[in-house]
Design a binder for this molecule. Structure first.
Ligand code: PLP
Length: 365
């Protein structure tokens, strides 16, 4: 089987596995004052320092969470009180569901946020919290966050950045972006599922917690932290870049798909090098995913949703793709992608396109 669904979750990096086993052997609750508790706390604080430094912040400003969804929700609930919420049209459901009343900023046809509309909306509202993603999970589109941050600051708005898909795949710095908070997630960068973090800018001195519990994380997130998971998270984030040129492999996959009649979505905007979104006019996304799976190639249709069913992509709809929005698959290369997987993809895709043209694949309505 060939795994090309890294944006759903990355394979565990060996550095993360080793760090987790070491931390599991230590055991302990980091809140305990005895020696084992102190050893667990050391592991956790080392991870905090490493992650904060890696993503352009200070250790004291990093709050561990259970993942990217919680980090986004903590930012929205914790920083958004008394502020108008403003989000991009292609945000992940982690943000959309936490901000149901938000003003929505449209994107251009290439998926990039319309900064002119953002400027107008911020000029017309009072204090705001703006939430924008750095890289999109379905298309890989990289947003002009530094420009958005300048606008936000000019209007006195806070900016929360969802860097869940970007972290580990491109340089990411909270300070460099000029944002007020940044969400990251362990399993999207090769760590274990079950940990994430919200990194706050030093100027953000207070955040109200979502979970109070026993006052852990300096009162910002209650609950006993999963020390081994956190150790794996940090080890994955610090893992050296592999020798594989993911961009070259992605381009090879795209060339093969184009030759089979595909359209590449959002290819004229900056994108993550591991991601491509391919529309095959006439075939439903779900049908394509199943056809590829039968050929041993694992891809997805838009965002993986908890029920396993494929919902119409709000990202592609926001880009104005109309019916094509239901006919696109996401191919996302993991950190350990191999050339053989791309060749398997190319062969399976060509066969699927041929079968569709021969009327052997159910056509989209
Ligand atoms: N934000 C983006 C852009 C994502 O792609 C995801 C997950 O796919 C999340 C947030 C949620 O992260 P997690 O799975 O760690 O809760």
């Amino acid at each position: 089987m060939h795994y090309l669904d890294a944006n759903a979750t990355e394979p565990l990096r060996p550095e993360a596995r080793a760090a987790m086993i070491k931390a599991l052997d230590i055991g302990g609750n980091p809140s305990s004052v005895h020696a084992t508790g102190r050893a667990a706390r050391r592991v956790m604080e080392d991870a905090r320092e490493a992650l904060a430094a890696r993503f352009g912040g200070e250790a004291g400003d990093l709050v561990f969470t259970a993942g990217g969804t919680e980090a986004d929700a903590l930012a929205i609930h914790g920083l958004g009180r008394g502020r108008r919420l403003v989000i991009g049209a292609t945000e992940h459901d982690a943000v959309r569901a936490a901000a149901p009343e938000a003003a929505i900023i449209p994107v251009h046809a290439n998926g990039l946020i319309d900064l002119g509309v953002l400027d107008t909306v911020l000029a017309a509202t009072g204090p705001a919290l703006v939430c924008l993603m750095l890289a999109n999970n379905e298309t890989g589109t990289i947003q002009p966050i530094a420009e958005a941050a300048t606008l936000c600051r000019a209007h006195g708005a806070l900016l929360h950045v969802d860097a869940v898909q970007a972290a580990g795949r491109m340089p990411v710095s909270l300070k460099g972006l000029g944002a007020h908070s940044l969400a990251i997630s362990s399993h999207k960068l090769g760590g274990p599922i079950g940990a994430g973090a919200l990194l706050l800018a030093p100027e953000v001195t207070a955040i109200s917690p979502l979970i109070r519990g026993g006052g852990q994380e300096r009162g910002r997130r209650g609950g006993t932290p999963p020390v081994a998971t956190i150790a794996g998270f940090a080890a994955a984030a610090l893992a050296p870049e592999g020798a594989t040129d993911l961009g070259a492999l992605r381009d090879r996959a795209e060339a093969a798909a184009l030759a089979s009649g595909a359209t590449i979505i959002g290819c004229d905007a900056p994108r993550l090098t591991n991601t491509t979104c391919l529309a095959l006019p006439g075939a439903r996304a779900e049908t394509q995913v199943i056809a590829m799976d039968l050929a041993g190639v694992m891809v997805s249709a838009g965002a993986a949703c908890s029920s396993g069913k494929v919902a119409e992509s709000h990202v592609l709809a926001a880009m104005g793709l109309g019916s094509l929005a239901g006919q696109a698959i996401r191919v996302s290369l993991p950190w350990n992608a191999a050339r053989a997987s791309i060749d398997a993809f190319a062969e399976a895709y060509a066969r699927m396109a041929d079968r569709m043209r021969a009327g052997l694949v159910p056509r989209a309505a």
